[in-house]
Design a binder for this molecule. Structure first.
Ligand SMILES: Nc1ncnc2c1ncn2[C@@H]1O[C@H](COP(=O)(O)OP(=O)(O)OP(=O)(O)O)[C@@H](O)[C@H]1O
Length: 484
């Protein structure tokens, strides 16, 4: 399918003297006369901001004239609800949506008609969406060396600059309220950043934060707020699968590619086509898979296992890691080039304990309210002491641990939950005091930093950290899944 897309030219497509009539020499009529047939278009989507009910018959006149002259052509007027013709964010978001709705097609954009805000919108969308679009403009005969009107393609270098990140779009803000989600004080700037990231389509984003801090939830939010919201969101945990399985799940495979490949199978990249692919625990990817992913990001195409043919893909990648990717790059277990590709923009989520008691309380109340409803236990509540114990606890498992804890308590209680009902780890006196920092996180961080400092030399890192033996040092690396 090949589509021509253009705004109608309010001024030049019409002669507005003593009424309105179509200008045969206007840009739209001229395009059809000189270039449409050669372009091999299946249809022309003619965009207008004027409704017939607003009393502007112009678009209808233009279409009727075109169809009278070229009866076989398909001309579809598309009403675009823009009140202010110089409101760039609003125009951009509307045309972005039209382009994404036609993402499967090859689209020629006739750039010349329209206000400058409309033209800038075309330019941004063409450069940032990564669709099969071309920007075309015409040069009138009088300026042409051939003395004939010319059709010229505007050349735009592709870029990864998050153009749209600077364009706030109130319309999108209204969509998809955060159902089932508590936006506590510390999360407000995070979500504001995520909202801007959502609009910078195709720009990869890296979400960092400890396990259970809400990275996947945030990735979903970015997807829901993006122009891809009506397309799939596919999440995959890269640490859970070995290389072979991960490769075939991501890229798909052809029948016979390996012993169990009885049929062709599509991969997650295909499933997420037009939408978003969330790669969780990216820091656990092997160097082989890192190389494969880098290729996808560089070329914008995948090669299914067992195939030699590359296929273009249209997927936004969001990645997450609970490990510090920069440190992993320093010790050489993660590729810097892949890191820079993934972390074009980044968002960090802090641990629940760092968010403080006020935010813990907000989440506690939220999950308790949810549990009352889900378990039909309206009398469920916390005694003062139990609440205090829950507030001072450090939650190494972050929001997920808090959520699961309330679910656990709701299963076994009907009314007031007391301190004695809480799991032992919350009530151990030493815990209550010493949990103000998380030793496991400190230790792991220390190990990663020491290895980075000594460029992966385990012996020197071990001596610096000061474990009794090199073996203890190695076993701690294993515990934390730090690979070299
Ligand atoms: N602010 C919040 N309000 C309500 N629920 C939340 C909030 N933050 C996180 N959650 C919930 O906590 C759980 C864990 O979140 P999520 O799976 O997104 O974490 P994660 O960082 O991706 O974890 P992991 O790294 O282990 O995959 C989910 O059930 C999520 O809905």
């Amino acid at each position: 399918m090949k589509i021509l897309l253009s705004w109608y030219a309010y001024q030049h497509d019409f002669i507005r003297q003593e009424g309105v009539r179509v200008n045969e020499d206007g840009p739209t009529m001229q395009f059809h006369k000189l270039f449409y047939e050669k372009g091999g278009y299946d249809k022309h989507l003619l965009l207008t901001t004027a409704r017939e009910s607003d009393g502007d018959p112009a678009i209808d006149m233009l279409r009727t004239t075109l169809l009278r002259t070229y009866p076989k052509r398909i001309i579809e007027p598309v009403f675009v609800d823009v009140r202010d013709l110089i409101d760039l964010p609003s125009i951009k978001s509307k045309v972005e949506r039209i382009l994404l709705q036609n993402r499967e097609a090859t689209i020629d954009i006739f750039f010349s008609p329209g206000t400058s805000a409309m033209q800038i919108s075309w330019y941004i969308c063409h450069a940032s969406l990564g669709l099969r679009t071309r920007l075309l403009q015409t040069r009138p005969a009088r300026f042409s060396t051939t003395k004939k009107p010319e059709l010229l393609e505007i050349q735009v270098e592709s870029s990864t600059i998050p153009y749209s990140a600077v364009i706030a779009e109130q319309q999108q803000q209204r969509r998809s309220p955060l159902v089932d989600y508590v936006v506590t004080e510390s999360l407000k700037p995070v979500f504001e950043r995520a909202r801007l990231v959502a609009q910078a389509d195709r720009v990869p984003c890296l979400i960092s934060g400890a396990s259970g801090t809400g990275k996947e939830r945030l990735a979903r939010y970015i997807h829901e707020q993006s122009p891809r919201h009506d397309r799939p969101f596919v999440a995959i945990n890269c640490s859970a699968l070995g290389d072979q399985l991960l490769e075939s799940r991501l890229f798909g495979y052809l029948k016979g590619a390996f012993t169990d490949a009885r049929d062709d199978r599509k991969g997650y990249f295909d499933e997420a086509d037009g939408g978003t692919l969330f790669l969780d625990e990216i820091g656990d990817m092997s160097s082989y898979m890192q190389q494969a992913l880098l290729r996808v990001l560089q070329e914008g195409e995948i090669i299914p296992v067992g195939s030699t043919k590359a296929r273009k893909i249209n997927v936004r990648i969001l990645a997450a890691s609970h490990r510090n990717l920069e440190s992993l790059c320093e010790v050489g277990t993660f590729r810097w080039d892949l890191y820079y590709r993934l972390a074009v923009v980044d968002i960090a989520l802090i641990s629940l304990h760092e968010r403080g008691e006020k935010e813990k309380l907000a989440l506690l109340e939220f999950f308790l309210k949810k549990a009352r409803k889900d378990f039909v236990k309206p009398a469920l509540c916390l005694s003062h002491e139990a609440q205090q114990a829950l507030l001072v606890y450090s939650y190494p498992g972050n929001v997920r641990e808090l959520e699961n804890l309330i679910t656990h308590l709701a299963v076994f209680s009907d009314g007031e939950i007391r301190v004695t009902d809480l799991p032992a780890r919350l009530t151990r006196p030493t815990r209550l005091k010493s949990e103000s920092f998380n030793w496991e996180e400190v230790e792991k961080d220390l190990l990663v930093r020491a290895l980075a400092y000594y460029k992966g030399n385990q012996r020197r890192a071990w001596q610096a950290v000061g474990y009794k033996s090199l073996n203890t040092f190695k076993s701690r690396l294993k515990v934390y899944g730090i690979e070299l």
